[in-house]
Design a protein around this ligand. Structure first.
Ligand SMILES: [Ca+2]
Ligand SMILES: [Ca+2]
Ligand SMILES: [Ca+2]
Ligand SMILES: [Ca+2]
Length: 271
């Protein structure tokens, strides 16, 4: 007979083994007599044998005694805390000539189990390639580890005058039961280090003609292209020639679209 062991706290228990239909005389009952008597109503004389065709042997199973400490109530298991993963800041900054921005991701609120999270760049006003290198990967923490993890985003040092530009960062797909914190997105600002281009205007020497008016064209030039829209005001002033009698006064604003380096101002010479 196989008796199942378990770790449950429970009272002692019994079961019955019955012998029947033997061609041998069934043996005198042994064992826990009073238990037997209660169950079978047999003669209570301590010396009597039983000649019944059947006999029951009651087995009193004492639960195996466990070490004392294992009989104590098991402590309620503490819920596991896998931690919250997020950026250390909502914003990072780097000078354009700073080579690379270092971004930190933290694990707080729990260190149970191995966890990981994916990071990636994308979006923002900066341009992949000309301003920064697209970056993605996975950060991993082993069980018990709450140390900060970092990754870097390479920044391109160009010679173009630009506005400060941004790179968007994102964390996705936490594993191992970890959750994302509020700072699951962040921004790198790339501070431009290129001065605006110098602006200049050409001299013009041209015959005025004998009648009517003649156009005089002045080239206005940027020393380098800019990624920004650049504007400049112009205005004619009297020199030895006089507005009205020698030339028509003019003024206005020149606009260089991003990338443009030359614009032309047309003035009219009176003849
Ligand atoms: Ca740019
Ligand atoms: Ca740039
Ligand atoms: Ca630069
Ligand atoms: Ca630049």
């Amino acid at each position: 007979m196989l008796v199942n062991g378990d770790t449950q706290e429970e009272p002692d228990e019994t079961f019955v083994v019955q012998l029947t239909n033997s061609n041998a005389g069934l043996a005198k009952f042994h064992g826990h007599r009073h238990d037997y008597q209660r169950r079978c109503g047999a003669d209570t004389d301590a010396d009597s044998n039983t000649n019944a065709d059947s006999a029951r042997q009651r087995l009193h199973l004492r639960q195996s005694r466990r070490p004392r400490q294992s009989r104590r109530r098991m402590p309620t298991p503490t819920p596991q805390a896998f931690g919250t993963l997020q950026f250390s800041s909502a914003s990072y900054s780097i000078n354009e000539n700073g080579a690379q921005a270092t971004v930190t991701v933290t694990r707080t609120g729990g260190v149970d189990g191995a966890v990981s999270v994916q990071y990636s760049t994308g979006g923002g006003t900066a341009t992949i390639g000309s301003d920064y290198a697209a970056t993605s990967g996975t950060l991993s923490w082993p069980d018990g580890d709450a140390s900060d993890k970092t990754f870097t985003v390479a920044v391109t040092n160009d010679t173009l005058n630009e506005l400060d530009e941004t790179v968007s960062l994102a964390l996705n797909n936490p594993t191992g039961g970890a959750s994302l914190g509020n700072l699951s997105s962040a921004t790198i600002t790339i501070a431009d280090d290129d001065a605006p281009p110098a602006i200049s205007i050409s001299d013009v020497s041209q015959a005025e003609g004998n009648s009517g008016t003649t156009n005089f064209s002045f080239d206005v030039t940027l020393s380098a292209a800019s990624s920004q829209t650049i504007t400049v005001d112009y205005l004619t002033l009297n020199g030895s020639a006089q507005a009205g009698s020698d030339f028509q006064a003019a003024g206005g604003t020149l606009t260089f679209a991003p990338g443009e380096t030359t614009r032309t101002v047309v003035g009219r010479r009176q003849r």
